[in-house]
Design a binder for this molecule. Structure first.
Ligand code: 3PG
Length: 398
C-alpha cells in the first residue's frame, strides 16, 4: 500500500496530504518538526518524477480565507528544507491552484493555501465535503496520505479525496502506525505512561483504555489539579475542571482495583498569577496537599519530578503525552525537562506523542535521536491508543 503501489509516477500529478500544522509566533515558525517530518515522502515523490501538490491545514480558521493562518511561511520553510523552489498557490482549489499545478514540471513541488480556508473541508455534511473533495481530486492523478496528525479527522483532504483517486499510505503514516501498534500489542513491561497537558477531558478515552494495559500512569500538567481536588485537596486558583471530578475519583478507585499504579505529584511549583505580567515569575514549591488559596500550580515540583524519573528508570515501554507544566516559561519548565531527561535513559521503546510534548523536547534542547520515536500526532496518537477507528487510515484500507 506504499507509494510504490501507485506505479510509475513520472509526469503524474500527486496530491499529498501532509500535517504542516506548526506553532507560529506571528509569521515565525517556532517549531518546524512537522515540516521536517513531511520532507522524506515529498522528496521521494519528487525524486520519482511526480509533480507534487501538497495540501495541508494550519490552525482552525473558520472555513474562509484568514491571513493569520496562511501557509505561505510554511511553504517557504519547506522549500529551504527540500533545497528546492516550492511554488505556492494563494488558494486551494481555485484559479491560482490550477495555474500553479499546470506550471509544475516533473519533480517539482507546490503547496496549496490552507485547506481549511474552504468550508467544505471540515463540513459535517457528506455532500458538501464531497463537492469540495471533487475539486481537490481534479487537481491530481493520485493521492498520498501522509499527514499522520490528521488521520483521526473525517475531512475532505484526509478522507473523501482518498475515495476519488488511486491512493497510497505515505511513509510517515506507516511509521507512526507501526510504532503505536507496538504500544498496544503486547508491550514490553514495565509499561509506563506519562500524561500531562491542561485538560482531563481531552484524555478521558486514553486513561480509560490504559487503566487496563499500563503498569504505571504518571499524571502531571494542568490536569493534575482536578485529580488533586478529587482526592480532597484545595487547589487555589489552579486550572480545574469541576465537571470531571467524579470521573477522576472513579479512575483513582479503578486504578486501585486493577493494580495499575497512578502516580500524582506530591509537590507543585506555584505562583500567584499567570502570566506574571510586568514582573518576573515568582516560582514557589509547595506540597500538593497545600496549594495556597491565592496561588495556582504551574509545574510539578522537584520531589515529584524525581519520583517520576525513578518510575521511568526501569520501564521497558513508555508513552508520554502532554507537558508537566508551562514549559514555555523557564521558571516552570523543570518538571517537563526532568520527564524528557528520564525518557532519554529508557532501555526499551520510548515514544513522545503530541504536538506539545514533541515541541517541548525540541525547544528544551533535547536531541531527537535520544528518543525511540517522536510522534507528529497529538489527537491522532491518543485516539489510536484509545482503540478508536481512524477514518484517514480506514479509508486507505477499504
Ligand atoms: C494537530 O495539531 O493535532 C493536528 O494538526 C490536527 O489539528 P486539529 O486538531 O485542528 O484537527
Amino acid at each position: 500500500s506504499g507509494i510504490d503501489s501507485l506505479g510509475d509516477l513520472r509526469g503524474k500529478r500527486v496530491l499529498v496530504r501532509s500535517d504542516l500544522n506548526v506553532p507560529l509566533d506571528g509569521s515565525t515558525i517556532t517549531d518546524d518538526g512537522r515540516i521536517r517530518a513531511s520532507v522524506p515522502t515529498i522528496r521521494s515523490l519528487a525524486d520519482a518524477g511526480a509533480r507534487v501538490v501538497v495540501t495541508a491545514h494550519l490552525g482552525r480558521p473558520k472555513g474562509e480565507p484568514d491571513p493569520r493562518y496562511s501557509l505561505e511561511p510554511v511553504a517557504a520553510r519547506l522549500g529551504e528544507l527540500l533545497g528546492a523552489d516550492v511554488a505556492f498557490a494563494s488558494d486551494t482549489v481555485g484559479d491560482s491552484a490550477k495555474v500553479t499545478v499546470e506550471g509544475l514540471e516533473d519533480g517539482q513541488v507546490a503547496v496549496l493555501e490552507n485547506v481549511r480556508f474552504n468550508a467544505g473541508e471540515t463540513s459535517k455534511d457528506d455532500a458538501e465535503r464531497g463537492a469540495f473533495a471533487d475539486r481537490l481530486a481534479a487537481l491530481a492523478d493520485a493521492f498520498v496520505s501522509d499527514g499522520f496528525g490528521v488521520v483521526h479527522r473525517k475531512q475532505a483532504s484526509v478522507y473523501d479525496v482518498a475515495q476519488r483517486l488511486p491512493h497510497a499510505m505515505g511513509g510517515l503514516v506507516a511509521t507512526e502506525i507501526d510504532v503505536l501498534r507496538r504500544l498496544t500489542e503486547d508491550p514490553e513491561r514495565p509499561y509506563v505512561v506519562v500524561l500531562g497537558g491542561s485538560k482531563v477531558s481531552d484524555k478521558l478515552g486514553v486513561i480509560d483504555n490504559l487503566l487496563g494495559k499500563a503498569d504505571k500512569l504518571l499524571i502531571g500538567g494542568g490536569m493534575v489539579f482536578t485529580f488533586l481536588k478529587a482526592q480532597g485537596h484545595e487547589v487555589g486558583k489552579s486550572l480545574l475542571e469541576e465537571d470531571q471530578l467524579d470521573i477522576c475519583r472513579a479512575y483513582l478507585d479503578r486504578a486501585e482495583e486493577s493494580g495499575v499504579q497512578i502516580l500524582l505529584p506530591t509537590d507543585i511549583v506555584v505562583d500567584t498569577a499567570f502570566p506574571a505580567g510586568d514582573r518576573e515569575p515568582q516560582p514557589r514549591v509547595v506540597p500538593a496537599s497545600g496549594i495556597p488559596a491565592d496561588s495556582l500550580g504551574l509545574d510539578i515540583g522537584p520531589e515529584s519530578a524525581a519520583a517520576f524519573a525513578a518510575a521511568l528508570a526501569d520501564a521497558r515501554t513508555v508513552f508520554w503525552n502532554g507537558p508537566m507544566g508551562v514549559f514555555e516559561v523557564d521558571a516552570f519548565a523543570d518538571g517537563t525537562r526532568a520527564v524528557a531527561e528520564a525518557l532519554t535513559g529508557v532501555d526499551g521503546l520510548s515514544v513522545v506523542g503530541g504536538g506539545d510534548s514533541a515541541a517541548a523536547v525540541r525547544t528544551l534542547g533535547f536531541d531527537e535521536s535520544a528518543f525511540g520515536h517522536i510522534s507528529t500526532g497529538g489527537g491522532a496518537s491518543l485516539e489510536y491508543l484509545e482503540g478508536k477507528e481512524l477514518p484517514g487510515i480506514q479509508v486507505l484500507e477499504a
